[in-house]
Design a protein around this ligand. Structure first.
Ligand code: ADP
Length: 489
């Protein structure tokens, strides 16, 4: 029997291998932490060699639990997006440390491009903004600052790729490919472009020859090298983490939306085959590509979600554990007028105010731990409400909101989201939606299901639902308080 799916989930802080049965049930997993390198303020790096070694170690730990490589039908890969690896195609070795998505070192280059008037055109073509977050300027930085990278480019042996591309190279023994959901985060691919765009490569100063071939996200994509696992295993799913979670939440039809509440919050709404054109500073992105056909999404992220709760716990000592915010919020009828704007790291979508800072308004002597905890949780619905307005203005109004991430375990917050947004909120019992989405793509790609929709339907599992139940005057009062506090941030 070879019907297990092996998912390699290469996150920012850890790498994991997870074994799924074909019905989506998790059978085994292994995990290793990744070393974070912070060489200067605002810089974040990973060792690509470590990423590969730990990925392989995790895979080798779970494969025997399936009964050996012969019992693995297919591999699916999902990864932290935008992080750039540079390696030498001839030696297969990294040329420098990977620059991680969080890294801000290319801020100046981005503002030069903005000042030169390139942003509107870049946004129209790629769906992205000129921000250090995306891969293109990180590649250019390596070329300008790492002599080994420049030398390999001159010799014609330089390979650039995001993390899935690096793993594909190592797993296959030399394929240089990237899937459309990762490739569209580089600033070098047009949303409807089949391959990387020469004009965009010229603008960012990245040689097209160093870039991977852009491929589908599901299907017979590649095979692992014979020597790695004792037999070849087909790699049939390849997807960036946020798109994976969207697929894992079965958001396969236009309007279907997922929100992940982890450290920050990431919201994606399926846009079908329409290329997203945001007027409200949201991002346009490829959700999936199968048989050369693309489905798109609109994406918005807020920087501070669960990290606000972490701050209440670690810096203020308001709670001992994040989950205590729930009983505190329930212990009072309202926040007593306390409102928190969690702009501790600036404001993301739809405001994009990097210089904004957090504020707490409405404090009185009656304000205590419960009021602060409740205001922190209320802030999640407030931030999500602003996103919902922007999505709606871009023609991507939400139906049901499907939530996941560590913070989604909080029932009070889930109910408050439903109340404030006025939509049903759904939460799956299996919350590892990123890995599950990669497993769905891989299962469909391996032919275990006739298509992605059947794979998603069969593998998703059970759901909890939260229905809106809040008087409108309460909602309006909350929104008024939020808007006033936001102006102060
Ligand atoms: P990430 O994947 O970004 O590391 P997770 O999805 O693991 O994050 O979510 C962890 C975050 O969620 C932490 O910041 C934590 O403060 C918050 N969190 C976890 N459980 C709860 C809870 N029950 N209520 C509120 N916040 C929570």
């Amino acid at each position: 029997m070879s019907d297990y799916i092996l998912v390699l989930d290469e996150g920012t802080t850890s790498t994991r291998a997870m074994l799924f049965a074909s019905d989506g049930v998790l059978a085994a997993s292994a995990q290793e932490e990744l070393t974070q390198h912070y060489p200067q303020s605002g810089w974040v790096e990973h060792d690509a060699g470590e990423i590969w070694e730990k990925t392989l170690a995790c895979a080798n730990e779970v494969i025997p639990k399936a009964g050996g490589a012969a019992c693995i039908a297919a591999i699916g890969i999902t990864n932290q997006r935008e992080t750039v690896v540079a390696w030498d195609k001839a030696t297969g070795e990294p040329l420098t440390r990977a620059i991680v998505w969080q890294d801000r070192r290319t801020e100046r280059f981005c503002s030069e491009l903005r000042d030169a008037g390139h942003e509107a055109d870049v946004q129209r073509r790629t769906g992205l903004l000129l921000d250090p977050y995306f891969s293109g300027t990180k590649m250019r930085w390596m070329l300008d600052n790492v002599p080994e990278v420049r030398a390999a480019a001159d010799k014609g042996t330089l390979a650039f790729g995001t993390v899935e591309s690096w793993l594909m190279f190592k797993l296959t023994g030399g394929a240089h490919v990237s899937d459309a959901s990762n490739a569209c985060r580089t600033l070098l691919l047009e949303l409807d472009g089949d391959q990387f765009d020469q004009g965009l490569c010229d603008l960012f100063g990245v040689p097209c020859a160093a870039l991977p071939r852009v491929i589908d996200m599901s299907g017979e994509l590649c095979e692992t090298e014979m020597g790695l696992f004792g037999r070849t295993i087909p790699i049939t799913g390849l997807v960036g983490d946020q798109q994976a979670a969207t697929i894992g939440q079965e958001c396969l039809a236009p309007g279907e939306t997922k929100a992940t509440y982890g450290t920050g919050a990431f919201v994606l709404t399926n846009q079908g085959s329409t290329i997203p054109r945001s007027e409200n500073r949201l991002l346009g992105t490829v959700l999936f590509q199968v048989d050369g056909n693309r489905t798109y999404a609109i994406e918005g992220s807020v920087f501070v979600a669960g990290s606000l709760v972490q701050w209440l716990r670690d810096s203020l000592g308001v709670v001992d554990a994040a989950s205590q915010t729930e009983e505190l919020a329930r212990s009072i009828p309202d926040s007593g007028g306390v409102t928190i704007v969690p702009a501790l790291a600036g404001l993301g979508a739809p405001h994009w105010r990097a210089e904004a800072r957090g504020v707490i308004t409405g404090l009185s002597f009656a304000s205590g731990k419960a009021e602060l905890a409740r205001a922190a949780l209320e802030a999640m619905a407030h931030q999500t409400y602003d996103l919902a307005q922007a999505f709606s203005a871009d023609g991507a109004a939400w139906g049901t909101l499907r939530i996941d991430g560590g913070m989604a375990a909080n029932d009070w917050m889930a109910q408050d989201l439903a109340d404030m947004l006025g939509v049903s909120v759904e939460r799956p019992s299996f919350v590892e939606t990123t890995a599950l989405g990669a497993a769905m793509l891989a299962a469909a790609g391996a032919g275990l299901y006739p298509d992605l929709a059947s794979a998603a339907r069969s593998m998703r599992g059970t759901l909890a639902r939260f229905e809106p139940d809040m008087p409108d005057e309460v909602r309006q009062d909350r929104l008024r308080r939020w808007k006033r506090a936001l102006a102060a941030a």
